[in-house]
Design a protein. Structure first.
Length: 188
């Protein structure tokens, strides 16, 4: 639910909307959750002042990915949900890289990747626990008509209904996929 708050257009946590009422222009803003982009930028400034090159480099690379998403989107800037998705993918990539470095007996590089994972993870909201994912998926499967076709089609309908109820940024997509497949297999 959006709440209109009248503030200046330069408010840090709000998106400007221009309203014209009876010839008078008001600067109204839509209040949003925490602005992750601003938090990242503030942390970059702190890291640069304290000369923490690992932290500043890591956050600058993530911010670069956010800017690339801004350029690719039709809107002016991507929302916080998309930024959280970018952060989760960055964590996943670095975790996979650390695993590969460990397999190649390069523990020094693996530690560097895991250090970057810790830095990025501080900006991620907590994910939905497995029990809540299971309860939502179970309620969706109860409402689902019996599937006559392939299980992938039923799985696609489950995902569609699940993600209309739950924001993608608050769940681990692999967990949802595994649990949906397991519950669907148990149902049939």
């Amino acid at each position: 639910m959006s709440v209109l708050v009248f503030r200046s257009a330069s408010s840090a946590r709000c998106t400007p909307i221009a309203w014209r009422i009876a010839g008078t222009r008001f600067n109204a803003t839509v209040a949003q959750g925490p602005d992750i982009r601003k938090q990242i930028m503030d942390e970059i400034k702190v890291a640069m002042k304290s000369k923490d090159t690992v932290k500043s480099t890591t956050l600058r690379s993530v911010l670069s990915e956010v800017y690339n998403a801004d350029k690719a989107s039709k809107d002016e800037k991507v929302d916080s949900s998309t930024i959280v998705g970018i952060l989760r993918k960055a964590v996943e990539r670095r975790t996979e890289a650390a695993d590969k470095f460990r397999a190649a007996s390069r523990d020094d590089l693996a530690e560097k990747e895991l250090q970057q994972v810790d830095i990025i993870s501080k900006f991620l909201p907590p994910t939905l626990p497995e029990s809540e994912v299971d309860s939502i998926l179970s309620s969706i499967l109860e409402q689902l008509p019996p599937a006559n076709g392939p299980p992938q089609k039923a799985l696609g309908m489950v995902f569609k209904q699940f993600y209309t109820q739950v924001d993608k940024s608050v769940v681990d997509a692999e967990l949802v996929k595994r649990r949906a497949q397991a519950l669907l297999a148990a149902k049939s």
